[in-house]
Design a protein around this ligand. Structure first.
Ligand SMILES: Nc1nc2c(ncn2[C@@H]2O[C@H](COP(=O)(O)OP(=O)(O)OP(=O)(O)O)[C@@H](O)[C@H]2O)c(=O)[nH]1
Ligand SMILES: [Mg+2]
Length: 444
């Protein structure tokens, strides 16, 4: 495949000490040698070169160029990185000259996409590059690094091999019934193998869900009726007086957001308007927003004023959230009239006595310590494909139990194999990879 030579700025278009422009493709050296001049001759070998970027007689900047010869480069193609003085103006000038001499502006993620096409990385690794750049906690970055190093891909390979072995055994049995020296494919064999494989997939899915939480954090909605201390709880959790707190019921109208890192898990917190029947137009809009946040949340912290008896308003919100993952928190435990019962969660947002809540969140999501140092498949695409493969294997199992002919069972096994291959990007589905790389930043 002959691909055009692409160019992009790999650093932000801002004033900085240095900036980097990348150029990759077949014409890389032809183009760079027309604009880059060094005392040591033209650029033809892998190495670091000092010199000047010129457009005809006009010198643009003094630069350092790193030259990589294919296949030993990030993209697997001939590639250079031009390190220039970090001015957006210079960046523009150098980009225009390179384009003038035959390069094309790269699309977001196009360098990584070429690395994928040239088998330098698989899709899991490509996604990990994006995850590394977008990681907002050290823990998330560490997980992405495992995937980048290929350790996550290594975990899925045994599953792929086992399904592929079963598929080929069945195919050989069907196509060459006269062969006597190969194992005979039976529905019992299908049952035993698919059982083992689905267990392995279950483990991958479970570890992946935990990794996903470490990577993306949790959306946590703080809800309850007015005046129970939701905003006070947000403030206590983030350690800052961000939300307005008053003793007037209906203080919070808009959503107030905060973020904390709880034992390595990022919690995206949303303080909401107290939910009640209201005639006030502004408050009603706030309540509508609260209900929306509630729908999207991974966890609901339902706050109740522990110093008062439950009323109808509390009951309604209890009902509204009963199907959801939630923690019911009894606030204002500092007040003396509070009657405490075993097994309930008491906090005081006012005195910042909220450790029981923090412990409960960590326990609820059962993030074990191993999750922080274990490669896992963490994005929705990967987890969705694993679920798909599992579904196909379960169907194959059902068919095997009914002693359905092996060629029909094999259709399901092949579909499972396809889903697993898709995780790694080994099926050559170009729409899929295009979709993934379009989420990258420019120059990556
Ligand atoms: N004693 C005590 N008072 C609290 C506690 N938490 C909140 N309060 C008080 O309860 C009142 C309401 O607190 P907010 O945090 O504004 O309550 P809210 O649930 O956000 O209220 P709305 O925004 O109106 O829905 C304020 O006077 C707070 O000081 C607590 O733990 N103990
Ligand atoms: Mg409030």
């Amino acid at each position: 495949m002959k691909l055009e030579t692409i160019v992009a700025l790999a650093t932000p278009p801002l004033k900085s000490a240095l900036g980097i422009i990348r150029l990759s493709g077949m014409e890389t050296f032809t183009i760079i040698n027309r604009v880059f001049f060094t005392n040591t001759g033209s650029l033809s070998e892998r190495g670091i070169y000092h010199g000047w970027i010129k457009d005809g007689d006009e010198t643009i900047d003094e630069v350092v160029v790193l030259a990589y010869i294919q296949p030993k480069s990030y993209t697997g193609e001939d590639l250079v990185e031009i390190i220039f003085h970090g001015s957006p103006l210079i960046a523009q000038q150098i980009l225009s000259i390179l384009i003038k001499y035959g390069a094309r502006s790269a699309e977001p993620g196009e360098f990584s996409s070429r690395a994928f096409l040239n088998n330098k990385i698989d899709l899991i690794q490509a996604e990990a590059i994006n995850d590394m750049i977008n990681a907002t906690s050290l823990e998330a970055k560490k997980l992405a690094l495992y995937s980048l190093k290929g350790e996550t891909s290594d975990k899925i390979l045994p599953v792929q091999v086992k399904i592929a072995d079963l598929v080929s055994l069945i195919e050989v049995n069907i196509d060459y019934p006269e062969y006597t020296d190969i194992e005979i494919a039976t529905t019992e064999k299908v049952l035993a193998d698919t059982n083992e494989i689905t267990k392995a997939i279950d483990l991958l899915i479970d570890e992946g869900r935990q990794g996903k939480i470490i990577k993306e954090g949790l959306k946590v909605a703080i809800v309850g009726k007015p005046n129970v201390g939701k905003s006070s709880l947000l403030n206590a959790l983030i350690g800052e007086e961000k939300a307005i707190v008053t003793n007037v019921a209906g203080t919070t109208r808009d959503i107030v957001e905060g973020e904390i890192n709880l034992d390595g898990i990022i919690l995206h917190l949303y303080d909401t308007a107290g939910i009640r029947e209201s005639q006030d137009q502004i408050e009603s809009i706030g309540i509508g927003k609260a209900k929306q946040v509630l729908t999207d949340a991974d966890l609901i912290i339902l706050v109740i004023d522990g110093s008062r008896t439950l009323d109808e308003e509390d009951q309604k919100i209890l009902e509204l959230t009963q199907e959801r993952k939630r923690l019911i928190v009894y606030n204002k435990s500092d007040l003396t009239n509070i009657e405490k019962h075993d097994g309930k969660l008491y906090v005081s947002a006012l005195t910042k006595d909220i450790s029981a809540l923090k412990r409960a969140i960590v326990k609820l999501f059962a993030i074990d310590n191993a999750s922080f140092s274990r490669p896992s498949l963490t994005n929705a695409r990967q987890l969705g494909l694993l679920a798909q493969a599992k579904q196909n294997l379960l169907t194959a199992q059902e068919l095997a139990k009914q002693k359905i002919p092996l060629d029909l069972i094999n259709v399901e096994l092949q579909a499972a194999l396809m889903a697993i291959n898709d995780v790694l990007g080994k099926t050559g589905d170009s729409d899929l990879s295009q979709e993934i790389f379009s989420r990258f930043c420019l120059g990556k």
